[in-house]
Design a binder for this molecule. Structure first.
Ligand code: ZN
Ligand code: ZN
Length: 140
């Protein structure tokens, strides 16, 4: 009878310990998420120069390099998914993007180029009317 109650007590202690560990783990995850949120808030303030502190420089530069990598890789995917551009001439013929003259009527192909703005921080090209850089997020 004594052995059974010993085992029961040990199990009870184990279970209680597991519950406590679980509570500690959950608290750590919650804390890590809060620190992440705070990090994002601080990063926003550094980017908009509300916080000026050069001890953040190294970590900010690393974040910028990661932003550029993500942005450029997204562009690469977009380029891979894009169909080759086709232009319809005034005469109704379809002209390939690479051609400079229409094969049917000989008219010169006018290509409208999008106007792009270069970001002063990360050098990425953005649509002219963009307010924020699509790569690093600063106000253009
Ligand atoms: Zn034509
Ligand atoms: Zn940028």
């Amino acid at each position: 009878m004594k052995n059974i109650s010993d085992k029961f007590l040990r199990n009870k202690i184990e279970n209680e310990k597991n519950d406590i560990y679980m509570e500690i783990e959950n608290a750590k995850i919650k804390k890590a998420n809060l620190l992440l949120d705070m990090g994002i808030m601080i990063y926003e303030k550094i980017r908009s120069e509300i916080i000026i502190d050069d001890s953040f420089d190294n970590i900010c530069n690393e974040i910028l390099e990661i932003d550029k990598l993500i942005y450029n890789n997204n562009l690469r995917i977009k380029t891979l998914e894009e169909k080759p551009q086709e232009i319809v001439c005034e005469c109704g013929s379809v002209i390939n993007f690479e051609n400079r003259f229409c094969g049917t009527c000989g008219k010169k192909v006018e290509i409208e180029e999008d106007y792009l703005t270069e970001c002063t921080r990360c050098d990425s090209l953005n649509e002219e009317d963009s307010v924020y850089c699509a790569c690093c997020g600063i106000k253009l």
